[in-house]
Design a protein around this ligand. Structure first.
Ligand code: HEC
Length: 144
């Protein structure tokens, strides 16, 4: 009778993942958390990123010009920081400067409130670098 043990292990893994802010990957429940500093060391998976973007949808759309709690993320890869027309950014984000290139997004999404102190994006971040790379790959397709 090993079933209860397996169940407990699975539950434990999901709970741990929930605490770190990353939901379990249905496809790879045992996948280790990827931690690299340089986004170019990873290959983002667009379809995984499309699913991962469900964590952003409560506040963001990828439709051009449609701002919600957060600004539209249509074409955000390569866009100057805090430049979505008609969106009221926090003072901190408005003053941050620079461009949302892939590395900047990768760093920001790990811990938004540490990367831009004072941002009003109340999202804890995604610890797993591969998941961030996946979402960035998806966002790159949401442009033009
Ligand atoms: C709880 C709501 C919320 C969630 C969830 C959320 N965001 Fe945000 N996001 C915001 C808000 C609000 C801002 C504006 C921040 C500011 O002005 O300080 C923002 C800003 C941003 C910006 C800067 C855009 C620009 O025009 O400069 C990026 C990039 C971004 N979010 C990406 C994401 C991604 C990717 C996810 C999902 C992994 C996500 N956000 C999840 C609320 C959210």
């Amino acid at each position: 009778m090993s079933t209860p043990k397996v169940l407990t292990t699975l539950l434990g893994a999901s709970l741990l993942a929930a605490c770190s802010g990353d939901p379990p990957r249905p496809d790879k429940p045992e996948a280790p958390v990827v931690q690299v500093a340089d986004v170019t060391q990873l290959t983002g998976d667009v379809e995984a990123g499309r699913m991962g973007f469900s964590q952003c949808r409560s506040c963001h759309t990828v439709e051009a010009g449609v701002n919600r709690v957060g600004p539209s993320l249509h074409g955000v890869v390569g866009r100057p920081v805090a430049h979505e027309a008609g969106y009221r950014y926090s003072t901190a984000m408005a003053a941050a400067g620079g461009v949302w290139d892939e590395q900047r997004l990768y760093d920001y999404l790990e811990n938004p409130r540490e990367h831009i102190v004072g941002t009003k994006m109340t999202f804890p971040g995604i610890k797993d670098g591969q998941r961030r790379a996946d979402i960035i790959a998806y966002l790159k397709t949401q442009a033009g």
